[in-house]
Ligand binder design. Structure first.
Ligand SMILES: Cc1cc2nc3c(=O)[nH]c(=O)nc-3n(C[C@H](O)[C@H](O)[C@H](O)COP(=O)(O)O)c2cc1C
Length: 354
């Protein structure tokens, strides 16, 4: 069993220390400001990354793209993630992100969605390294905040080039590289390859974060142990359990992990609703409430039918008595943490929300 001294207390991006070394991974359709605020409140977060934002949208004055850049002061430190292909638009969008107050600009080189890849961006850049170099050089020259990059392992299993790409990122002045160790072609099948995180860590001097399949504090600790990475990103595991960062941080420090009461989780869901209502029309609120409920309402015996009923609701008001019932069950029978953190088969989440 590892001792508490084995885990980093913080990580540093371009000289700025961030603690804990735990990052909310960017998720389109999920890590909007309302979700980021509830995740942050649960504790244990060293850095937050926004959903990916289209540079085409940003540089053509698309209102929604600009709204996606907005964040509240309590969400800091925050990286705004952008995606695209054209180096001039990428540079311009990075400047807009800096003006919006981002602490970091993160470049997306991982999104596998057809729409994104056909436009030349996301994981397509892993097979167009001359263009990636152009983008990174332009962006780096234009902004004074640090530039970070998130990549996948490679395009397919015959072209795994994450180490080469990480070296390129370092060479172009990138201040951190994050690897989600699946290929573009792999999508979400199988498991992320964390050996590649270790290989990158040994190949570059900039900080390295790993991403993929962390569902429990033990998963995160194992990845720190195995790879020597500077930080870990947690995505889907944080939707099912926004307390995962705090719990991981406590476990890393030899403390007992906090267990939120059903009443706290209930309140979190309702606060999420209130945050959503500040930011979007009711139709959007319903969709986002379903997204979080589908993930969060797990781990309670007899809770599945209630979750299904929530997902069928036409209005948020219809969901409220179902939440009451669910959390009453949770109070009575408890929440099974293993079930709660099991990979969600019915998640219906697609990378980049496409
Ligand atoms: C719904 C969804 C949306 C995602 N959107 C993005 C995105 O916008 N940008 C990005 O770099 N990665 C995105 N990802 C990838 C995650 O950040 C993360 O690398 C991946 O899900 C593996 O980590 P996990 O197993 O902890 O979820 C998305 C993943 C999911 C499930």
């Amino acid at each position: 069993m590892a001792t508490t001294l084995d885990y980093p207390e913080s990580f540093s991006i371009a000289g700025r220390s961030l603690s804990p070394p735990l990052v909310l991974s960017p998720m389109a359709g999920v890590t909007d400001s309302p979700f980021r605020r509830i995740a942050k409140r649960c504790g244990g977060l060293g850095l937050i990354v926004t959903e990916f934002i289209s540079v085409e949208g940003l540089t053509r004055g698309n209102l929604r793209s600009h709204q996606m850049m907005k964040f509240r002061p309590e969400e800091r430190p925050i990286a705004i993630q952008i995606f695209g292909y054209d180096e001039v638009r990428m540079r311009w969008a990075a400047e807009i992100a800096e003006e919006a107050g981002a602490d970091f600009v993160d470049i997306n080189c991982g999104c596998p969605a057809k729409k994104v890849v056909h436009g030349g961006g996301g994981s397509n850049l892993l097979r167009d390294l001359p263009q990636l170099r152009k983008i990174l050089t332009e962006v780096k020259r234009a902004i004074s905040i640090p530039m970070t990059v998130k990549i996948r392992a490679g395009w397919d299993d015959k072209s795994i080039n994450a180490v080469e790409v990480a070296r390129l990122i370092e060479d172009c002045g990138g201040s951190m590289v994050t690897l989600h160790g699946r290929t573009r072609v792999q999508g979400y099948k199988g498991f992320a390859d964390w050996d590649l995180v270790r290989d990158i860590k040994q190949a570059v001097r900039i900080p390295v974060s790993g991403s993929g399949d962390i569902l429990t504090p033990a998963d995160a600790m194992r990845r720190f142990d195995e790879t020597g990475c500077d930080a870990v990103h947690i995505g889907r595991g944080a939707i099912a359990n926004p307390y995962i960062f705090r719990q991981t941080w406590e476990t890393m420090n030899g403390l007992e992990a906090y267990r939120p009461s059903p009443a706290e989780l209930h309140k979190l869901l309702l606060d999420f609703r209130d945050h959503l209502r500040e930011d979007m029309p009711e139709r959007g609120v319903i969709g986002r409430m379903k997204m979080l409920s589908a993930q969060m309402l797990r781990g309670v015996a007899g809770g599945a039918t209630l979750r299904t009923a929530v997902l069928r609701s036409q209005t948020v008001e219809e969901m409220l008595p179902l939440f009451d019932e669910y959390f009453a069950l949770a109070e009575k029978y408890g929440i099974d943490e293993q079930l709660q953190s099991a990979p969600a088969e019915d998640a219906q989440l697609m990378e980049c929300g496409v």
